[in-house]
Write a protein that binds this ligand. Structure first.
Ligand SMILES: Nc1ncnc2c1ncn2[C@@H]1O[C@H](COP(=O)(O)OP(=O)(O)OP(=O)(O)O)[C@@H](O)[C@H]1O
Length: 285
């Protein structure tokens, strides 16, 4: 069975670290153009799932497909091509702090180029113009010649997004992209991700610490608990019971705030017996 066009298919994926199962038999299909938020307590397996999608780590079991091709078995240059098509940004930005912002953004192009041009460290005028345009779009072109390490956290995350866009990705993964940012910068970064999703139609899959952010920005929310998917649906379907299932509150637990964070949850976890996904409701998909 082949996946439909540009769909990301996660089929029966499990990842173990020693005796610990971080991700357990996940089955998720993400059609092109969705903006998906993954929520759950700390340790639920959110980062592990994202890292398997772009092959920073490999599944212990199961397969991941994109556009009908199995990406979980790629090696060598096909794997590099997938990692170019599937850009990733991180909570800690992962820029090269001593290099200027423009060069950091241009590094997003490395996988598009020959080894020789990379060794010579030469970028074309077109590539430089594209990098400046990416910075302008994120409203940080004025920082282009500053060392990236001198920028604020919010600015650095915008540089990381510009670098990801230079990869001309089909999928953008974001691992807690706003967890280190103040609310204003968090909004700028989330607005940028939404803009990329809407204008370019790029699939965005992002781990998020706060429920209200997931509700505000994502048209689909996947809730994880103990390595399993325990909710998969539209934000309006994420009712109080579903939130409790994801975060593990018991029936007598205190009210769960919409600003809940996966690290701030102190309520006792409930054992999740069944992890079947709920019916997603996405008009148009
Ligand atoms: N490289 C690793 N080696 C060993 N165990 C790991 C490794 N990476 C993750 N784990 C374990 O896998 C489980 C899931 O971790 P993961 O980071 O995916 O959770 P998370 O939901 O992203 O949490 P957080 O919100 O705190 O980032 C945890 O028990 C974690 O300790």
């Amino acid at each position: 069975m082949s996946a439909s066009s540009a769909t990301l298919e996660i089929r029966g994926v499990t990842r173990r670290f020693g005796k610990n199962t971080a991700v357990s038999d996940i089955n998720v299909s993400i059609p092109r153009g969705q903006m998906v938020g993954i929520i759950g307590r700390s340790g639920a397996g959110k980062s592990t799932l994202l890292r398997m999608i772009n092959r920073l780590i490999d599944p212990s079991q199961g397969s991941i497909f994109f556009d009908g091709a199995e990406v979980s078995s790629l090696h060598g240059s096909p794997l590099r091509r997938w990692q170019r098509d599937c850009a990733m940004i991180f909570q800690q930005f992962n820029l090269v702090p001593r290099l200027d912002v423009l060069t950091n953004v241009l590094l997003g192009r490395l996988n598009h180029r020959s080894t020789v041009s990379n060794l010579l460290g030469m970028f074309t005028h077109t590539e430089c113009a594209e990098a400046v345009a990416a910075l302008e779009r994120l409203d940080i072109a004025r920082t282009a010649l500053q060392p990236a390490g001198t920028l604020s956290g919010g600015q650095q995350q915008r540089v990381a997004i510009a670098r990801a866009m230079m990869q001309q990705p089909k999928v953008l993964l974001a691992d807690e992209p706003i967890a280190s940012l103040d609310p204003l910068n968090a909004k700028v970064v989330m607005d940028s991700l939404r803009d990329i999703n809407l204008r370019e139609g790029i699939t965005v899959v992002t781990n998020l610490h706060t429920l209200d952010t997931a509700r505000a920005y994502c048209n689909r929310i996947i809730g994880m608990a103990a390595g399993k998917v325990v909710f998969d649906g539209a934000p309006e379907d994420l009712d109080r019971d579903a939130v409790r299932t994801v975060y593990g509150a018991d029936a007598s637990g205190a009210d769960i705030s919409e600003a809940i964070t996966s690290t701030s949850v102190t309520i006792k976890p409930k054992i999740i017996a069944s992890a079947g996904p709920l019916e997603p409701a996405f008009p148009g998909y």
